[in-house]
Design a protein around this ligand. Structure first.
Ligand code: PCG
Length: 522
């Protein structure tokens, strides 16, 4: 640090000033002078949007790839080449080559153009995979050995697999199928190797080798299955070659095959992880309730909550999942699901759009069972609610049997006590609100609301004004005021009876809530 004297620093500062001025003059952003360098991206890292046409094409490429990887070894090992069959082999070979050439020459460069920004490094391996070594057949006879370079296009298969997974609603189905495919392929290669080994030893020369009876492929595949899965009951290998081969098979069976089977278990385990988690939490909770001998009625409600929540949203806590996502993704999801509903809420009309988005991000989803009290009159209001689905009822009367109003999806409640200041004692709930059937609600905490409002003074004013209005009117706080017939105020669909009016006064004209504050309704 001390190598720089004050003079040097002053000199540097001067130079920097001059340079900035110079760039300003030329209208160049001093931070954008370095040339933009895009790091090379490996093909497997590039994620393109799931264009279904491209995925359809990739399916064709994957079929062509599988044709090569399954049939080339089989044709090499088994005596499948003869004058009649060769015509078909040549036809399918050429067909698969055409697919590959079209993919490499036409599709891949087109993708570079379509997805500007996503660099697809032109792959030398792709080119090597379509080199026509097959022409050597003309000189050395027809054999699939000259097609082994087609195996190099394994990336195309993985790309197909990844993209398919990305568009599937139940990706684990494909994962299980793919892992099963790997298992079958291992067995396939093993069957080929066994046949080659048997031919090398001489068919039917020992008890271990394939005896040439029946369909060669099926017999060899059967051997591979018993050998790799270590089922046992195999004929004893006789010669050193046979013992070595058999031993290698056992090792492959134990290390490779069993890890693939383990992978399959993981895939299935991951697919049912949510269900397992749900069961474990519910069982844990039931055990806890039993330990503390919680009354059966309460236990049943807890169970009902678990079952309903699981059935309704397929998870117990959505926020657990969303928390792991970057903010931009969470915002996109929240906006997509709920912004339209929010924009319709009367209370928020006239508020900043960005404020609504900020609010969406703080919402927590919660489910109430039929008859559950969401808010109790007189409690301190710490959160407000937006109904996602289901309905709630504002109730009163001696046994809460009088329904003042039923609020449905898209309505807001619990905002009155939030929008009043505590100093006038106004932060108390002004009514009882009860879930009518199952109610899925969004909860917005007071603290979160106020944290957000700090950044939106205009919206704060709008809400404060509405809050004052609500407090004055003491009327219903639904999303759409027209939901309540005019003149009926709090008393819902039916006009209030004189008895009720006497009991509660006229809500709209004010006064009654003040009375209620001192003298509880029920
Ligand atoms: N006081 C009152 N509250 C209502 C009415 N309709 C719906 N509500 C809601 O019931 C909520 C009870 O808690 P809050 O006082 O916080 O906010 C209240 C309103 O959002 C009504 O007619 N009167």
């Amino acid at each position: 640090y001390f190598r720089y004297t004050d003079d040097t620093l002053r000199e540097l500062a001067k130079k920097l000033k001059e340079r900035t001025a110079e760039l300003k003059e030329k209208a160049i952003d001093p931070y954008a002078t370095s040339p933009e360098v895009t790091p090379p991206v490996s093909k497997s890292c590039v994620f393109l949007s799931p264009d279904r046409r491209y995925i359809a094409w990739l399916t064709v490429v994957a079929v062509a790839y599988n044709y090569n990887v399954w049939f080339c070894p089989a044709r090499l090992a088994f005596p499948y080449h003869n004058d009649t069959a060769n015509r078909f082999w040549i036809f399918f070979d050429v067909l698969s080559d055409v697919v590959n050439v079209v993919d490499i020459i036409i599709w891949q460069p087109r993708l570079q153009f379509v997805k500007a920004g996503d660099i697809i490094v032109s792959d030398k391996i792709d080119m090597a995979s379509i080199l026509p070594f097959d022409l050597l057949c003309l000189q050395f006879g027809f054999s699939s050995i000259y097609r082994l370079n087609r195996f190099l296009r394994i990336e195309s298969f993985f790309e197909f697999s990844d993209r398919l997974e990305s568009i599937m609603a139940k990706a684990y189905i494909w994962r299980v199928a793919r892992t099963t495919g790997y298992l079958l392929y291992m067995l396939h290669l093993n069957a080929c190797a066994y046949y080659v080994a048997s031919v090398h030893q001489g068919l039917a020369t020992t008890t271990w080798v394939y005896d040439g009876e029946g369909t060669a492929y099926i017999r060899c595949y059967y051997y591979a299955v018993r050998s790799l899965i270590n089922i046992g009951g195999l004929p004893e290998p006789v010669t050193t070659f046979e013992i070595t081969f058999q031993m290698a098979n056992f090792f492959i069976g134990v290390f490779v095959f069993s890890s693939l089977i383990g992978q399959m278990r993981d895939v299935i385990g991951a697919a049912t992880a949510g269900q397992t988690y749900f069961r474990a939490s519910m069982d844990g909770c039931v055990e806890y309730m039993n330990t503390y001998t919680i009354p059966k009625l309460c236990q049943n409600r807890v169970r009902m909550w678990y079952n309903y929540t699981w059935a309704a949203q397929g998870m117990l806590d959505e926020s657990e999942l969303l928390d792991k996502m970057p903010l931009v993704m969470r915002t996109a999801i929240a906006v997509d699901i709920n912004l339209a509903t929010f924009q319709k809420i009367a209370l928020f009309q006239g508020c900043d759009q960005q404020m609504l988005v900020d609010m969406l991000l703080r919402l927590k989803s919660i489910i109430y069972l039929p008859g559950d009290f969401v808010v109790k009159k007189g409690d301190i209001g710490k959160e407000m609610y937006i109904i996602k689905s289901g309905a709630v009822q504002v109730v009163g009367g001696p046994d809460n049997s009088i329904v003042f109003v039923t609020l449905k999806a898209g309505c807001v409640f619990g905002e009155i006590s939030l929008l009043q200041s505590a100093k006038d004692g106004g932060n108390r709930r002004t009514a009882n609100v009860k879930a009518h059937g199952f109610a899925n609600l969004f909860v917005l905490e007071k603290k979160d609301l106020f944290d957000i409002l700090v950044h939106y003074p205009e919206s704060q004013k709008v809400l404060a004004r509405k809050g004052r209005k609500l407090t004055k009117a003491k009327g219903p706080a639904g999303a759409k005021p027209e939901e309540k017939p005019k003149g009926m105020a709090l008393f819902g669909q039916k006009p209030p009876t004189p008895k009720l009016l006497k009991a509660f006064g006229n809500f709209r004209k004010g006064g009654v809530m003040d009375k209620l504050k001192v003298k509880p309704l029920h």
